[in-house]
Design a protein around this ligand. Sequence first.
Ligand code: F6P
Length: 354
Amino acid sequence: MRKKIGILTSGGDCPGLNCVIRAVVSHAKLTYDWDVFGIPYATQGLLERQAIALNMHGWDLRGIDPLLNMGGTILGTINKGDTLAHVDEMLASYQALALDALIVIGGDGSLAILHELAKRGNWNLVAIPKTIDNDVAFTEWAVGFDTSVNTIVDALNRLTFTAASHDRVMIVEVMGRSAGHLALHAGIAGGADVILIPEISYTISGLCQHLAELRDRWRRKFAIVVVAEGAKLCVEYTENNTNTKCGRGQYIADQIARCSSNCIDTRVSVLGHIQRGGIPSALDRLTATVFGKTAVDLIAQGQFGQMVAWQNGGVVPVPIADVVAQSPLHVNPQGYLVQSARSLGIYLGEKSNE
Ligand code: F6P
């Protein structure tokens, strides 16, 4: 019998979500002749029993397919709310939608919630990882990460020349929640001199010493410092400035000013949600396409409770339960990327802290 499958995007948006939707709709329709329904605003749409029929080439745009290169998600998304407080209503709503299977495109938080609902309601769930943080366990890539890294690298390129022109230390605060993947990847690719991530603790004296060495030994009068938003708690700063919730970037700038007796001229750029925007990179489009296709095939094979994951150049199914248990995935302080960064002379914190 013709299947009816649902798809939703959950958690923070990122580039490439629409590419996943495109891949799912195309493969489900062309290969299996199934009907695909988009559930708007993640679990909120589920609760409200909303389902929008999605079609290939369903947009009146002279044949142009906007889903390939459009950021955000046409389904809308939410990254807050207390879904598990409404479990019974949610299960009843899902039943009413009469779906044969549901594809969730989400990060670790969304996967945990949907997995719990699926367990309780016996849903046929398949997951696709997405997040600019790249902290979903068992997959080398999540949709959205590559575009975000490229966005940060572009910002670092721009900042390098203005930094060099004014002999300034530019501090760039990037997202990533409790993980440093974004900062580490973009910092290496964008030529940073310092990368501060949550997984490796650093000292202000070590950081300042590194900036002094750049200047005195290498005659470099400017520097680029990439700070992950979760790099370090601003304990020192907030103690002296009650009521102030400072960002990591500003904290670092203040500490550099202090240790250099205001001799180092700093500027802070908080890239914020710019990192979540933009058109998806080629790699994100490819990952989205392969993930979308594989998720549909898993439904056809009756393999539920699985997340598609990128491992060793291919796509494999991994139990969502395992993914949820092992996420968020953190940077390995002894890993090849950290070692490569150190081999370039980038300061990440004292080695003894790894
Ligand atoms: O998880 C993705 C992410 O962009 C994090 O890097 C960031 O901390 C958070 O979402 C921001 O969330 P919001 O959209 O609620 O500001």
